[in-house]
Design a binder for this molecule. Structure first.
Ligand code: SF4
Length: 473
């Protein structure tokens, strides 16, 4: 039983970070991926180049574990990419840790990918029939094979033509011995920002990593854009024509760090605004507002400000519960939540408590937290969720269950409220979510992906690629 089930949340797949034109590129990458650790804890890796050759290391676990034996000292170069991984596609094996490294006719290639390719199985079948042999179970390897077989000499041409065959979500860094290429899928589902450091450039899934290394934010990589950084500087090409952005709304709700700006909107401020919006839509008479740490605290502050009910630290997170915390039985799994969270009894005792959480996936964690609040003496517990009900699976690299595992796909609001044991339950509306994030965007859904709430996916999806392939051959 993994920690993810004890702590019932959606999980981000990966974080990527790249540097071009800095003598400490591997060290900066180390600090960069360390700042992105919340996006993936299964494996970490860095590949660097000095214009001639690759030096790299990948390991399992947290960044500090993967680089626990001075491996970083062996890596040098002025160009580097780094990756942290949480597995949604493929296995939890070192072979699948990224950056993935390949040799092909035009030289060496390293890839770091955040997202999920929805037609990976189809392309893989096709490539295997044409003789390709895959080394990993990661769908990212499909991109490497397409590049290797493209016949183009310039890596940017090979990458552009390969990515035109790919559907789904990708924020991608591709590195050769002397070039760094960044690519974002035509819908811009995942975030990717460009910064500068000295005369060099940095790329990161989130801007929080720029602050850590002292880089300046420059701009976002645009949907369908290929950014090439080499000895001639930085320039841009198009993978696709102009396409509407559909950035993952869960980046704002839960995944990203509150000190990051996603597409120039600060995540903490967006979450606070979601809390304010929730207060407008679902007010309740209560004595105290508390948020499930860490991701729901900003929304709880917003809810408290809008309602005038005092915000209190009613729940405390224990930061030292390891990610491999294992509990075999249902009984002990309940204990797992207690190991991660504690209630501040004096704050909730005898009080009507509003508990803000950012989302409900299966409902199990929420049920346990409500129970803990009651056991600590809360008179009433009103649960308010700062996102709409998650009713549909994500195909873009977020670890949602199938529909059967999603409580909101199976139960009515009243049934959910009963299941979690709350006095009342309310979710933010889809309109409230879009309004709260406040993106100034004329595209459909104001530039958000809302598919896990609405079932309207911004790309084609291939729910069973094997079947689809069978019908194609
Ligand atoms: S389906 Fe949901 S989790 Fe997946 S990319 Fe869209 S908004 Fe994000």
């Amino acid at each position: 039983m993994s920690n993810e089930v004890i702590w019932d949340k959606l999980n981000e797949e990966c974080g990527i970070f790249g540097v071009y034109g800095h003598p400490d590129a591997p060290q900066l990458s180390y600090y960069g991926i360390h700042s992105l650790q919340h996006r993936g804890q299964e494996s970490a890796g860095i590949c660097a180049a000095d214009g001639k050759q690759f030096k790299y290391h990948r390991g399992m676990g947290l960044v500090t574990e993967a680089f626990g034996n001075n491996e970083l000292e062996q890596i040098d170069g002025h160009l580097a990419i780094g990756h942290v991984r949480y597995t949604t596609a493929g296995n939890r094996k070192l072979e699948d840790a990224q950056p993935l490294i390949f040799k092909y006719s035009a030289g060496n290639l390293a890839l770091a990918h955040n997202g999920n390719i929805v037609n990976a199985k189809q392309i893989k079948h096709q490539l295997e029939r044409q003789g390709s042999i895959f080394q990993t179970t990661s769908d990212t390897e499909v991109i490497a094979h397409l590049i290797a077989r493209s016949g183009y000499e310039r890596i940017e041409d090979a990458a552009r033509e390969s990515l035109r065959m790919i559907k789904g979500a990708y924020a991608l860094l591709i590195m050769t011995e002397n070039k760094l290429i960044a690519a974002l899928d035509p819908n811009g589902l995942r975030p990717l920002s460009i910064g500068t450091i000295g005369d060099g450039y940095v790329l990161s899934s989130e801007t929080c990593a720029f602050d850590v290394i002292g880089a300046e934010y420059l701009r976002e990589v645009q949907p369908g854009e290929l950014v090439i950084i080499d000895e001639h500087g930085i320039h841009s090409e198009r993978i696709s024509g102009p396409t509407p952005r559909a950035i993952c709304s869960f980046e704002y709700i839960y995944f990203a760090r509150p000190d990051s700006d996603i597409d120039q909107i600060n995540v903490h401020q967006a979450r606070k605004q979601l809390g304010r919006q929730l207060a407008l839509e679902a007010p309740v008479e209560a004595d105290v507002v508390t948020g499930v740490p860490d991701s729901s605290i900003s929304a709880a502050i917003g809810y408290a400000e809008a309602t005038g009910i005092p915000y209190e630290l009613g729940l405390i997170k224990n930061r030292y519960v390891g990610r491999t915390f294992i509990q075999p039985s249902q009984e002990l799994r309940a204990q797992g939540v207690r190991m991660k969270l504690s209630v501040v009894r004096k704050v909730v005792e005898g009080k009507r408590v509003v508990m803000i959480d950012d989302s409900i996936v299966r409902g199990t964690t929420c049920n346990r937290i409500v129970r803990m609040l009651r056991e600590a003496g809360a008179k009433e517990v009103h649960v308010r969720i700062s996102s709409p009900p998650v009713k549909n699976p994500c195909f873009y690299g977020i670890d949602t269950s199938d529909r059967e595992g999603l409580i909101a796909a199976q139960k009515t609001l009243d049934q959910m409220c009963e299941y979690i044991g709350a006095d009342s339950l309310a979710f933010l509306s889809v309109e409230g979510l879009v309004e709260g994030i406040g993106r100034d965007d004329l595209n459909p859904n104001r530039g958000h992906c809302l598919a896990c709430f609405t079932g309207q996916y911004p790309t084609e999806i291939y729910e069973d690629a094997d079947d689809q392939y069978a019908s194609l051959v």
